[in-house]
Design a binder for this molecule. Structure first.
Ligand code: SAH
Length: 213
């Protein structure tokens, strides 16, 4: 086996051993090469189950966390999904393998431009990346069947709760930015919102406003 093939096998093994068991999620993560999203110095480490630095002081999430969040969303093929926190675009492209349409927002234009370039290079037709403060969601495309937030807020932002369709699911980390946060799943019912705590996680903070870069 080549080194590359061996690294990819270990990558998938790490996902499974950390609880990513959904066959559709695993096959999306097998198909989409994380290396395409990790530039420069850290490219060598793209198949390690670790978050890695990207531009603007942000990070590309740890693959097993990407897998667990995607799995927790229980995406259906017809779903319209909103992601807050494009970062490198990796999570958005994984979501796009499972959903009909993905809108992804980041407060840094520079990250959005770079993510768009990778999305185009990979020929992914159903992801739209937009520079915006994601705490306000994307009212013109609401409601969403699924919402994923990949930066931690103290609480679920109310515009995002409002933009979730009845029957929809949102997954997000909540808690103080410098402490351990909880990944939670919010399901919207006719009568209100149901909250479940999934696991402890650590994400960069959700920051208000659009960035300078
Ligand atoms: N999902 C990404 C990792 C995201 S890191 C990936 O797969 O690579 C979190 C991202 O959230 C950062 O890029 C940061 O700029 C962004 N972010 C933080 N606050 C935000 C806000 N209010 N609106 C939009 N994006 C935000």
């Amino acid at each position: 086996m080549t080194d590359e093939a061996e690294r990819k096998m270990q990558f998938l093994y790490a996902l499974r051993s950390r609880g990513v068991t959904d066959a559709r999620v695993l096959s999306a993560m097998e198909k989409i090469d994380r290396r395409a999203f990790v530039k420069g110095l850290f490219a060598e480490r793209a198949y390690e189950d670790m978050p890695l630095p990207i531009a603007c002081g942000q990070t590309i999430s740890q693959p097993s966390i990407v897998g667990l969040m995607t799995q927790a969303l229980q995406i259906n093929p017809r779903d319209k999904v909103l992601e807050v926190g494009t970062g490198a675009g990796y999570q958005a492209v994984i979501l796009a393998q499972l959903a009909r349409r993905v809108y992804t927002l980041d407060r840094y234009r520079r990250l959005v431009v770079a993510a768009r370039a990778v999305i185009e290079e990979l020929g992914i037709p159903n992801v739209t990346a937009i520079t915006a403060d994601g705490s306000f969601g994307l009212p013109e495309q609401a409601p969403f069947d699924r919402i994923l937030v990949t930066a931690a807020a103290e609480d679920a932002p109310s515009p995002l709760l409002a933009q979730l369709r009845v029957g929809g699911i949102m997954v997000l980390p909540v808690g103080q930015s410098d402490a351990v946060q909880s990944l939670i799943r919010v399901t919207r019912h006719e009568t209100g919102y149901e909250y479940e705590e999934l696991r402890a996680v650590r994400f960069v903070p959700l920051v208000e406003g659009v960035g300078e870069d």
